[in-house]
Design a protein around this ligand. Sequence first.
Ligand code: GLC
Length: 480
Amino acid sequence: MQKLFVVIICFVGLQSKAQQHNFSNNYMFPKDSLVQQKLAHWQDIKFGLLMHWGTYSEWGIVESWSLCPEDEGWTQRRGPYAANYFEYKKAYEHLQTTFNPVQFNPAKWAAAAKDAGMKYVVFTTKHHDGFCMFDTRQTDYKVTSSKCPYSSNSKSNIAKEIFDAFRKDSFMIGAYFSKPDWNVPSYWWPYFPPKDRNVNYDPKKYPEKWNEFKTFTYNQIKELMSEYGRMDILWLDGGWVRPKSTIDKTVEWQRNIVYDQDIDMPAIAKMARSYQPGLLVVDRTVSGEYENYATPEQTIPSETLPYPWESCITMGNSWSYVPNDVYKPTNDIIHLLLKIISRGGNLLLNIGPSPMGDWSDTAYSRLKEIGAWMKVHNEAVYNTIPYSQNEGGNLIYLQSKDKRYLYVYVLSDKNNDVVLPQSINLKDIRIKKGSRVIFIDAPKHKIKWESGRNETVLEIPSSLQNKKAGDYAVAFKIEL
Ligand code: GLC
């Protein structure tokens, strides 16, 4: 116990930044009508939960990346084993023998996420380190192995427990799966030392080895798609595992990919959809047929994109659990959500569970505050689409899918409170005679308005002026 404590202290402060995933430059709308339907539904639900969880949480460090022999800020090793790469890797892999998240209770997470207004979940079934949070039969490096103390727990098939619990609460279900696997000998062949994040041998020169890896990957994905109930999203990370022909040399991290790492996505997608009709496949950054939506990371596009997209963003600074991580204020999270949906995207907000199997209190309190706000504004969040203009000053614009209503959000300043002025000018907006304007946050107040040639002016009743009108953002609903 004391040893573990020392290690945790040493690792504190290491954060994940990692490489940026860029936007799609070759988006292809899916032809399969079941995929189209699922995609349209997914675009309506706006807000999801991402969780990065694995044995790395025991050390409170960045997910997987400290194993990567590239000298980057987010790959730094710390702690007693750091001085020797191979000893470090051994110690890291040994974390399997101490992983015991006895507080794991996915029903509690699902309830908190649902209350916050989240409607889908994406969970790391396997990250780059190769540790499986599901009961795979392809490797023993998994939570259900007898080497892992948690294997004797009735909830040891963690991915399954999470998917079942969230499905019960009507979430769409997404499996994060890392294509690269830094544990399996057919990706990082022990004959050679690992060189960087990529496969460490030439797949052309050693085709049997590469075939072994392809079969391994196919079989793991098959298990996830056929034995874990209804799946909606296969979220494939590790974009350097891709056919050489798809490498985009304008993206810095793709320039260092030396080998063709084709795992035969057409076969994987076909198999996956044979079990999960309409499945969304998100082969991140490999734009084309198998990237049903784009996934900018820790960033949001500056304008509406002409295809479906989702920003994945951490609630703290790190994807994985880091003790004392600093969580974004609720105000920032709500503003992010509104900016994202006004540009036609979804927000996938990440929380990293602790080694004991729970979230920090701060994560719960953020979700509670988001939920309270969401309950008032849900009709101006879900099923909305971008308006011809996204924003202006502290205003954000959105419209209902049927285009009957315009929603105008007024954002708070730096503090959480929104204080309304005497009038609000909506530039370049004209509304028709007799339209009703409703203040969603307090509908009993009547809002008068005037529409000129180039703008509409909302007159704020004096009872609403110069005091707090709401937290984070308030909304007006305007008949178009
Ligand atoms: C970054 C991180 C990776 C994480 C991903 C989530 O790429 O490097 O570890 O899984 O973001 O989007």
